[in-house]
Design a protein around this ligand. Sequence first.
Ligand SMILES: O=C(CO)[C@H](O)[C@H](O)COP(=O)(O)O
Length: 929
Amino acid sequence: MGSAFDPFVTVTDEPAVVNSPPLLSNLTQEELKKIAAYKAVEFVESGMVIGLGTGSTAKHAVARISELLQEGKLKDIIGIPTSTTTHEQAVSLGIPLSDLDSHPVVDLSIDGADEVDPALNLVKGRGGSLLREKMIEGASKKFVVIVDESKLVKYIGGSGLAVPVEVVPFCCDFTRGKLEELFREAGCVAKLRMKIGSNGGETTPAVTDNGNYVVDLYLERDIGDLEVASEAILRFPGVVEHGMFLGMATTLIVAGKFGVTVKDRPWKELLYQSDPDDPDFEPPESESDVVDSGIESGDEGDGDDDSAGGDDSDNESEKDGGDNDRECDNNDRVCENDGDGGRDQIRGKRKRQEGEGEEGQREKKPKRKESKDLREEDIMERLEFEIEEAVANWFDEFQIRRGDPLKLILGSPNFGSWKGGISLAPGPSADDVVSDYLLLAAHRTKRPDILRAFKPYHGGWNITNNHYWASVGFTGAPGFILAVIWLLSFGSLLVVYHCFKWRVCVKAKGSSFDTRRFCFILLIVFTCVAAVGCILLSVGQDKFHTEAMRTLKYVVNQSDYTVEILQNVTQYLSLAKTINVTEIYIPPNVMDEIDKLNVNLNTAAVTLGEKTPDTAAKIKRVFYAVRSALITVATVMLILSFVGLLLSVLRHQHVVHIFVVSGWILVAVTFVLCGVFLILNNAISDTCVAMKEWVDHPHAETALSSILPCVDQQTTNQTLAQSKVVINSIVTVVNTFVYAVANTNPSPGQDRYYNQSGPPMPPLCIPFDANMEDRQCSPWELSIENASTVWENYKCEVTPSGVCTTVGRVTPDTFGQLVAAVNESYALEHYTPPLLSFRDCNFVRETFMSITSDYCPPLERNLRIVTAGLGLISVGVLLCLVLWIFYANRPQREEVFADPRPQIKDGSVGNGLDNHHSDDETKLSVECV
Ligand SMILES: O=C(CO)[C@H](O)[C@H](O)COP(=O)(O)O
């Protein structure tokens, strides 16, 4: 369990791992999240009450906890989920759950964050669960935040992404407006969060687990004092809670390309180790003395100026309740706040350093002696100052740590099992981790996992997970078991038959004729059953194959369409770089942006263009192989059953025996195929259900998210924004020409003179405003659609040197350039919007919707037909085999009507031998039962 003495945060003067190779640099963001999550779970101990966070990072922690529970390495854990999604995940993974009502003190919470600033303040709630997260994490003794390095920001809101605020639905636009107004100086745009509909457009407001709405604040600049901001936001009656988690995190785990960094809020280090070289330094007598005396006594301390931030703490103390009967570690945040779970508890005590002067003073001030009568304010002030100092160069000097509380773990003595990089890291193997945030097809995929000693699999649909396949494989067990039983039982019968020449005969029976006839009828019936099975199999496999190919073709077409759109946009963007009107070009910075964007778009197009045919070819190969196998089985079995029937009717006993042996093996093969098709059937049904659930939960991250060939949202958004910028730039080029050249009246000899005259040309409408929102055109502006037609009227006739000889404002050459520019804008305006449908994989979602509704049902139906066909063949041929032996060994007609006496060799019944029998046959006849 981590504490302030956690070796990870030992302050050292040794240079940290500046020269460590970037061991984790090749990992994806998802893998980094998993590493951080696994590291956090090392803090979990048996018997703890754990706050289970929400989001793509926290889900790895939840999965890991479940895994350790299943392995018996953790026991008696109680989870308190921070959202319904996490609740579902935890339930599906078998983690025992509770809530704050029953467990008001949480030992440890683990959760991701959207932003982390250098003082460990967080932005959370982009997943919409901020209220429950804040309640649960606020009630936690320890709160471990897990992020990948992309979440580190210089200031709250610094990522340019949303700072969420949960508001009541009533007059939410009023509250939204108030919030925007509140942070106007920071360039705030407040937007009500909307659900994205299946067509990619926004539909209705997104609703939180608590039935509220979310207003997202987009900040251009730092909002300053976060405490003040927090207070101001919460003062609006319509606000329920905001997503700034101030001073709540006790530990931060960052997985980045330079390794895993664990940072504790160094409560103790600051007291013990802030100045170990100071001759006056005396460690306090006991750890608890220091904090306890500071908080509980509220002593005035030594009056040190360091208490400059004390106001906040005073306020906090006033608000704190007395219900502090919880068991607390001195370093636990619940104890710091000493509160009753109210807002004060969860609000931080962040106090920003105001100005250089004060900071300078602090540095020069003689180090004071740490003593147990420290005031809480002193501790807080000192702590915050040191944290800020320690992480001031977070971004610039991430690798160079000298004596600060941040420490790279790689290479350090605390490295533990992470030494050697990802390959030696404990546990996070792709195989055994449930990587779903929203578990797809969770209910129908709960099957015994062959790889885990038949323990139930809880990971939901995930074709990248071996455990999923192992559990689906289990569904084929009936077929495989039947094959084995059949092989062994019938095999033993055959052995007995051959060894002991034990033959079934009909003539010893009293009603030999009836039995023979009955036997024949059964043989015909079973042969027909096998034949019907063969027909079902052929028809079913043909339909299944056709459907599978149709589905595949549809997916490939969809993918081709995506590639085509991407390529078109790339081409039009590239073309935009060449647009000029009388040498007026779009600005170089826009050209640079186009280049960058085209790289992204090309990569997306190339990856998709290569990946899809490749995957499709592999899938096709499998389907064709399956088809050939099925056709072979159907044909062979059909021939076998009819020829077997014929041979047994004709009493070709020896040939029948050969057929029986081949039939024996073929029946086993058919049983195995039945098993395989049961697996296929289940896998396809799982996939169909998974697709449907994914379509129904558009915002959740799932196992599908990581394997979908869709364009990522960032690229799409960038492209859309960029294409708007390019369109505006082209229009600006055109208008610059119109205003600065065409509509001027220079005198002969002057720059840009070509004898332009007549009424001024109207300019083009700039379609987007400064925020790249649609702009209303002025009446005199031309739309992109009709500009070329209107400008036609302003064209003059020219001399060979390009001077107008008739009234007009544009020469034919320049008119051509204008038309090219307008066409380019038009194309961009019309080709980029389809990209919208790629946002959030909406395009893929539509594809899935049509697959689940149009393609899945026939696929599943035909698979059932195939499996039924295989079943009928197996049973039919199996019974035929027995009857073949029985029937082929029947006595000839004369034998049946012969005097029964010769059958009795020992004289007990008769005394004659049938002369038509060989000695051997005679002997066997007597042995018949
Ligand atoms: O606050 C949250 C949900 O409300 C998440 O913890 C936060 O959005 C981080 O998510 P992720 O780990 O997916 O990046």
